[in-house]
Structure formats: structure tokens, C-alpha cells
Design a protein around this ligand. Structure first.
Ligand code: ATP
Length: 366
């Protein structure tokens, strides 16, 4: 295997730097352990700090270089103190999502042993589902590209919620294929369409397309939930869900809630996948409150790295990289089972470097 896969690397802001370094060291170790060609990284500078220094949110040729890579890995972008004149944060990654048509936001939500559970019900130990957040349109359509909001002086502002047939068909197909893949690994095979179809025409359209796609996947069950009821059910019975497919803003909110259910944002991995491109980043932000203190939990970034390896395996037909992804996932699982991973985020003593070192040791033992 001689072809070296190219990864565009955007470390970004705040803890983005720390968790990216951790993720790369674990990804590289897993790739080496599986006897695969090393990934090659190409740095792209972007983010709020870069904007403060230069007035640009990404390097001049950054978007083009990101588009040429086999995958993009991103740490975290944005600093609350640095904003555009309209009050919004610096967010070139939203534009990348838009330009590269990264419609499928994959957010796994999994409970690991020995992480303190937020729910008292013992079934919470079995939480294992995925939120599939549409990531290019919905209510973020206005936010993706600066200037799309309809600002009428200082008296009224309108943001647009956009649902298109083309993207929604692809999204729902992605959801059912994801459920099929999970089914092959022992999951129940259920896609739940999360919407507000009883109130908004756009959401009724979203559900109508879901109903058109579902019969094409006979082995997977299809269900529905209104988003408000889904929020309740994520507290009441999250263990009953498998794949939740939803609009962009709903997915944004539910995935933070879900991250909280299984510990905190430091476990929240994320893949943003389109037909031609894939971007991988932890779902958390740049966490300036803990930056440069070796306190950040790097596992969300590390698990996002595993999602990237899985994507490369499928996209570039290099199945070896899926083995490397599995190696990382099983090392994380084993680390929590053996109580060897005790992040500060959950009251433990281990900072970013200690977690990374322990995970590297766990990989070595496998
Ligand atoms: P964004 O809007 O960019 O997602 P945010 O304002 O929601 O960002 P985060 O930066 O995700 O905020 O941080 C929210 C809280 O979670 C902060 O208190 C932060 O310290 C904590 N946090 C986020 N990521 C981690 C992590 N990897 N490890 C430990 N704590 C984290």
C-alpha cells in the first residue's frame, strides 16, 4: 500500500491545539500498529486567533487545500471574545461544511463503563446511539455563509430554515445505511425521524421524504418523534434509540444534551460527511476556560480520529484503516473497563497528556 493519504489539518483555537496533538499521536500509533502507510498532514491555519491577527478566518488558499485532501481533521474553532460586528463568532468551518456539502453530521453517543452516569436508571449503562444531524441547511442555512440573514435595520432579523429534497434524500439514505452497518455489529436497526412535522411545512416535507426512503431499507425499522418529545425521551429512555436523523438546529441542541447524558463534551466525537469530502472534529468548542492547562479530555478528538480512519477505509477502499479505527475504539472501551482512563472532566486525575499516554499504552497491549 504505497499511496499516502493526505489529511488537511486545522488545529484552530483554544483546546483545539491540545486535543489535535493527542488525536494525531493516537491515530498515527494505530496506523503504525496495523502496518499501514503513515497519513500525511498538511497544516491550514484558521480560526478566531488567526482572524484577530489578520482579519481573515482561514488562510487565503485554505479552503482549496482542504477540498483537495482525502479528509480534513479539525480541533476546535472560535473564541467568544473575538467576534464579527454582528455579534456572531468566527466560524470558517461552517462555510467549509457548506462549500464541501458535508450534509451528514454523525455524532455517536455511547456510555462507557466507569464514567459517572448522569441518569440513575441502570439501563443508562447501555446507551449507544447516533445522532445524524443534517449539517448544511436547516436553520443553519443562514449561519453557514456570512450575510445570509435578513437583517432589517435594528427592528427585525429573519433567519431561514431551508430543507431541500436533494439533501434530505441523501441524508435519510445515509441514516438507513448507517443503521444497517450498526445492525451488522449487533444493534437493533432502527432509524427515528426527529422533526416538528406537526407545525412546520419544512418539517412535514422532511418527514415526507423520510417516508419515501424508508421502504427502500426493509431490514431496518423506521420510527418518528417530535423534537420536543425526543428531548424528553433522551432523558426518559435514551437506551431505546439507535439512529436519530434530524434537522441541523435540532441536531445541534440534541447532541449537546446527548453528550451530557454520557459524561460531557469531552467524549463527543463527530464526523461531517458529504459525497466527496469528510471533516472530522470533536463536537465540543475551543473551551477557553481550560485551554493551555492540560485539562481537556482529548477522547472526543481521538474518537473523531477513529471515525476519520473508518471513513478513509470506506472512501478510499483501504480496509486496513478500518482495523486501525477499531483498534482505537476497543482501546478506549478497555481503558474505561479497566478504569485506566480517568479524565479530569469526570473528576479524575488525568489531563490531556496523561490520557493520551495511557491510551498509547493500551494500544501497545492490543
Ligand atoms: P461551541 O459553541 O464552539 O460548541 P461552547 O461555547 O458550546 O462551544 P465548549 O467550548 O464546547 O463551549 O465548552 C463548553 C464547556 O464544556 C466548557 O465549560 C468546557 O470547559 C467544557 N469542555 C468542552 N470540551 C471539553 C473537553 N474536551 N474536556 C473537558 N471539558 C470540556
Amino acid at each position: 500500500m504505497n499511496h499516502r493519504l493526505q489529511i488537511a489539518l486545522i488545529r484552530g483555537d483554544g483546546i483545539g491545539h491540545e486535543v489535535t496533538a493527542a488525536a494525531l499521536s493516537v491515530v498515527d500509533a494505530a496506523v503504525k500498529r496495523c502496518g499501514l502507510s503513515k497519513l500525511s498532514y498538511e497544516e491550514i491555519t484558521a480560526g478566531a486567533a488567526y482572524y484577530a491577527a489578520t482579519g481573515r478566518d482561514i488562510e487565503p488558499d485554505g479552503e482549496a487545500r482542504a477540498a483537495q485532501a482525502d479528509a480534513i481533521f479539525l480541533g476546535a474553532i472560535g473564541l467568544p471574545a473575538i467576534r464579527h460586528d454582528d455579534g456572531t463568532e468566527i466560524s470558517p468551518h461552517l462555510r467549509l461544511r457548506d462549500q464541501l456539502e458535508l450534509y451528514a453530521g454523525v455524532r455517536p453517543v455511547k456510555a462507557y463503563p466507569s464514567i459517572p452516569q448522569k441518569l440513575a436508571d441502570p439501563r443508562a449503562a447501555a446507551i449507544d446511539f447516533v445522532i445524524l444531524r443534517e449539517s448544511t441547511e436547516g436553520l443553519f442555512y443562514s449561519a453557514a455563509v456570512h450575510g445570509r440573514s435578513d437583517i432589517r435595520g435594528d427592528t427585525e432579523v429573519r433567519d431561514t430554515l431551508r430543507i431541500t429534497r436533494a439533501t434530505t434524500e441523501k441524508l435519510h439514505r445515509f441514516a438507513f445505511r448507517l443503521a444497517q452497518k450498526r445492525q451488522a455489529r449487533g444493534h437493533v436497526g432502527l432509524v427515528t425521524c426527529v422533526d416538528k412535522a406537526n407545525v412546520f411545512a419544512s418539517m412535514a416535507f422532511f418527514r415526507k421524504i423520510f417516508d419515501e426512503i424508508a421502504p427502500q431499507f426493509t431490514g431496518v425499522a423506521a420510527g418518528y418523534n417530535y423534537v420536543d418529545a425526543q428531548a424528553l425521551d433522551l432523558i426518559r429512555r435514551p437506551w431505546d434509540f439507535d439512529v436519530l436523523v434530524t434537522e441541523n438546529m435540532f441536531g445541534d441542541i440534541l447532541s449537546d444534551l446527548a453528550g451530557g447524558l454520557v459524561g460531557g463534551m469531552g467524549m463527543a466525537a463527530c464526523a461531517e460527511i458529504g459525497d466527496e469530502h469528510g471533516l472530522f472534529q470533536p463536537a465540543h468548542g475551543s473551551a477557553p476556560d481550560i485551554m493551555q492547562q492540560d485539562k481537556a479530555n482529548p477522547l472526543a478528538a481521538i474518537l473523531s480520529g477513529a471515525l476519520m480512519l473508518d471513513y478513509l477505509a470506506e472512501q478510499r477502499a483501504m480496509p486496513g484503516y478500518a482495523k486501525a479505527a477499531l483498534l482505537i475504539e476497543t482501546a478506549v472501551q478497555a481503558g474505561f473497563e479497566q478504569n485506566r482512563l480517568r479524565p479530569m472532566e469526570f473528576g479524575g486525575p488525568m489531563g490531556t497528556r496523561a490520557i493520551t499516554a495511557e491510551l498509547l499504552a493500551l494500544l501497545d497491549n492490543r
